[in-house]
Design a protein around this ligand. Structure first.
Ligand SMILES: Cc1ncc(COP(=O)(O)O)c(C=O)c1O
Length: 229
């Protein structure tokens, strides 16, 4: 998973997985427009998923995309996501457990129009990140940057505060002044319905959960309208 659009150490992950024969599925839901050494995230594993959910950089209202250069996987994925029906002029027979995960035409049309705006949106978001970097420089607050050689799409900018108390003070201070900052998602292992599930201690995850804050990162509609004029 390329968290908040920051590319993970995907080459290293793929190398380790190759050694042990583990196929890699990249969760690139958040990382449309992010690159590792000029290569787009989602092209390193066996396959990857992109999300066009309403909260993403570009949206089709809902839905997403599977990306792969393995034709057999592509054909099988298409089969499974379109109810696994055997092609036939009038018989309706399904040969596997399938799903109705199509992206409807109307949503896809919206996605095509949004794709045309992607470069401008990425450029705007990159500009916002530069301003945040300037703001936090020398403040003692860690502003997250991509690893060297990588480009992050800046879907969500993030800072890491010194402690949970400092995080809570920051959240209260900013939200009370109309700046919608938010803590990172509550870890799934702490949600009621998954509490009983096995995990390995999650030391780093708990550390980050207590300190990471996401900053406003959306492209305001007004900015895009100004460009279009
Ligand atoms: C990392 C990650 N994976 C998966 C998803 C799920 O994508 P979707 O909402 O399109 O099902 C999201 C967000 O929506 C996400 O951020």
């Amino acid at each position: 998973m390329h968290t908040f659009g920051f590319p993970a150490r995907i080459r290293e992950i793929v190398a380790v997985c190759e050694e042990y024969g583990i196929p890699v599925v990249e969760d690139a839901a958040e990382s449309l427009g992010s690159y590792v050494d000029r290569r787009h995230t989602g092209t390193f594993g066996k396959l990857a998923t992109l999300s066009f959910n309403g909260n993403k950089t570009i949206t089709t209202g809902g839905g997403g995309m599977i990306v792969t250069d393995d034709e057999a996987i592509a054909v099988h994925a298409k089969h499974l996501t379109t109810t696994a029906k055997i092609p036939h002029p009038y018989e309706f027979v399904h040969d596997e457990v399938g799903y109705n995960y199509r992206l409807p035409n109307l949503n896809a049309a919206l996605g095509c129009a949004q794709m045309e705006r992607l470069p401008e949106m990425l450029a705007f978001k990159a500009g916002v990140a530069v301003r945040y970097a300037e703001l936090f420089a020398g403040s003692g607050i860690h502003f997250q940057q991509p690893l060297e050689g990588n480009v992050a799409n800046r879907w969500l900018n993030a800072i890491v505060l010194a402690s949970e108390q400092e995080r809570d003070e920051f959240l209260q201070y900013t939200n009370a002044r109309g700046v919608m900052t938010r803590p990172v998602w509550r870890l799934m292992s702490r949600l009621e319905m998954y509490k009983h599930c096995q995990h390995d201690g999650l030391e780093n995850s708990y550390w980050l959960e207590a300190r990471v804050v996401n900053l406003p990162s959306s492209v305001p509609d007004a900015a895009m309208e100004k460009k279009a004029r």
